[in-house]
Ligand binder design. Structure first.
Ligand code: SF4
Length: 627
């Protein structure tokens, strides 16, 4: 910040703004009397040593009036900016705070309002509110609100998708608290910048309304009013109109340059720019639909039973009927290529998918259907631990680590503030974070990647986890820390008897850590088998996937193996087996109808030709790929 304001641009902005504010505060006191002093002997005097800008039709000194007008001009501009910000915040936050229909209306309303030019809106509202300073404040404030609310809606929509918001919702926080505690602090920087730049534009607009006679009315005056009065004599004494005009330009520049310098200083790297709020983004709610019965083979005391889980985004269906069951303490590894639907299925199980996602199917967690009852958030908050792929985005960057853990203790465990804080420190210590009391007072950016993942596990341990979902938990970590995090997850699982869903694209990691593997392809589980029966895999995709894993004795002089082709797009409605275009065993039946997931010799498999040896030509399928 210091560096930015020491640059020529920043220093100029700061100097002009400081001068403007000093004039605004001291100007009326120092020049107010001179500005009001009527001098009938000097009516409409030309510029002179005594009156550098001349006098008006009552002989009042125009320089004194211009300086004295700084205070009211800036105050009115800030008032109108305040109206814009408050209304912008209300409208901008509405889509997140309101129900489905209301949020669609709020987004649509703002988009329509943004389509009108600001000045046109200001004139429209000024006509409604009537001439005068107060009417102009509201007219300009209302005219600026759509732009502000559009910015806020965009920022909120982008933040809503971040993992730490999902974690806050999982902790059971209501929408209002998520907005107040997690979203507003994180959008404050762009808001401050937009407000500062906006204040300059508002000042200009206010001067425009007063100049047109719709703003400040005599005997009060601001720069716009002075310009209006000076216009009559523009050819006789141009300074009478030019001086307040110049003041408007300089003041507008001061606000704009300060905003630009702030933007530069704060280095807005949130990646939120360009994110658009989709108008059609608020269709139906997404809780799993009613049950059809537990999957075959699921034990009565299963920790988790998922039946026919489907996720759709409009015509795209990235998850297409996932059915899995986990016993308490059991570890299930979910593998598959990127886009196979692994992470979406996990988020749907945790109830964290929001519109426009549509989730159907049944999720029974600890014997309770998550579609039933209002307390499913509490159940998930205390019994489900999530470890996200990117530990940086999993925590609110604006809040201390201890606070974020303690929040869950207060929301679900009924702990007081001090008890929750003590438990947060204890849990950070339990996951191996040194000096937990000191670390609890730090922010996420002060933690290393491995420590953030440990803290994420610690967050899950605020309750008593019955299920851990780890979604590619080591992707962002270096190899030595990867093992430590996986060991910690193992340790927690064994200590608490929790079931584990470990999602990875790395078959070897999953085979090492899990009891069973579920192989996903194009949104479905195509094979499920025990870890020690991997050599008995029946599905061609599983076998090709395993054959493509490099080992230490892999001849690195030879091209690495890969599976040719690409998975189908989620929007594909082609009949038959989704793997058929890439499968060396594909036949007419495969292309005509989709094979169901049925019991096989080593687990469950969805294939019309399970276990059929790959033809010799199948060797070509493991395509040569230059390293
Ligand atoms: S159903 Fe047919 S196309 Fe699909 S994996 Fe089995 S053999 Fe290959």
């Amino acid at each position: 910040m210091r560096q930015a304001f020491r640059s020529p641009l920043g220093a100029t902005a700061l100097a002009i703004l400081a001068l403007l504010l000093i004039m605004a505060v001291a100007g009326p006191a120092l020049f107010g009397r001179a500005a009001a002093a009527v001098d009938t002997a000097n009516i409409l005097a030309a510029p002179s040593g005594a009156h550098p800008l001349g006098t008006d039709n009552l002989g009042r000194d125009l320089l004194a009036r211009t300086v004295a007008a700084t205070g009211p001009t800036v105050a009115l501009a800030l008032g109108a900016t305040g109206v814009s910000v408050v209304l912008g915040l209300l409208l901008g936050a509405a889509p997140m705070l309101l129900g489905r229909r209301a949020r669609g209306l709020a987004v649509g309303f703002v988009q329509i309002a943004v389509a009108f030019p600001g000045l046109l809106l200001a004139l429209f509202f000024a006509t409604i509110f009537g001439v005068g300073a107060v009417g102009a404040v509201f007219a300009i404030g209302l005219a600026g609100a759509p732009t502000m609310s559009r910015l806020i809606q965009t920022l909120v929509a982008a933040l809503e998708r971040r993992d730490f918001i999902a974690a806050a919702r999982l902790a059971g926080l209501g929408r209002g608290r998520v907005m107040a505690q997690h979203i507003l602090p994180n959008i404050s920087e762009p808001l401050i910048i937009q407000t500062t730049i906006g204040a300059g534009n508002v000042l200009l607009a206010f001067a425009g309304l007063s100049f047109l006679g719709l703003g400040v009315q005599p005997p009060a005056y601001d720069w716009g009013r002075l310009m209006n009065e000076g216009l009559d004599r523009i050819y006789i004494n141009p300074l009478a109109a030019l001086a307040p005009g110049l003041a408007v330009v300089i003041a507008g520049l001061a606000f704009n340059l300060t905003g630009e310098t702030l933007a530069k200083a704060l280095r807005i790297t949130t990646g939120l720019g360009g994110v658009q709020v989709d108008d059609a983004a608020f269709p139906s709610p997404t809780r799993p639909s009613p049950a059809k019965g537990a999957p075959a083979g699921a034990a009565a005391d299963a920790a988790l039973v998922v039946e026919d889980l489907r996720v759709a985004f409009g015509p795209a269906a990235p998850v297409r009927g996932v059915s899995i069951a986990l016993a308490p303490g059991e570890a299930l590894g979910v593998v598959g290529e990127s886009g196979a639907g692994k992470s979406l299925a996990a988020l749907a199980i945790a109830g964290l998918l929001e519109p426009p996602a549509r989730v159907t199917g049944q999720v029974i967690f600890k014997g309770r259907d998550l579609a039933d009852g209002a307390d499913h958030a509490k159940l998930l908050g205390t019994s489900l631990a999530l470890v996200f792929q990117d530990p940086m985005s999993a925590f609110n960057p604006a809040r201390r680590m201890g606070e974020q853990l303690a929040e869950l203790g207060r929301a679900h465990l009924g702990l007081t503030r001090s008890e929750a804080q003590a438990r947060a420190v204890d849990r950070l210590g339990a996951v191996g974070i040194p000096e937990p009391a000191r670390r609890a007072r730090q922010h996420p950016h002060q933690f290393s990647g491995g420590m953030r993942q440990r803290a994420m596990v610690g967050l899950g341990l605020m309750g008593t986890p019955a299920l851990l979902i780890a979604d590619e938990p080591t992707t962002a970590l270096d190899v030595t820390v990867q093992r430590q995090v996986l060991d910690l997850i193992d340790e927690v699982r064994r200590e608490h008897g929790a079931a584990l869903i470990l999602i990875s694209h790395d078959v070897t990691v999953v085979a090492e850590r899990c009891d069973r593997l579920a192989v996903m392809y194009a949104g479905r589980v195509v094979e499920e088998l025990a870890r020690d029966r991997l050599d008995q895999a029946l599905h061609p995709y599983t076998r090709l996937l395993l054959a493509a894993v490099p080992f230490l004795d892999t001849d690195l002089d030879q091209p690495l193996a890969t599976i040719p082709g690409d998975p189908p797009a989620p929007t594909s409605t082609a009949p038959g087996c989704a793997f058929a275009p890439r499968c060396p065993l594909a036949e007419d039946r495969c292309r005509a109808s989709e094979p169901p997931l049925e019991a096989g010799t080593a687990g469950r498999v969805a294939c019309w030709r399970p276990g059929t040896p790959l033809p010799p030509a199948g060797a070509d399928v493991i395509e040569a790929m230059a390293p």
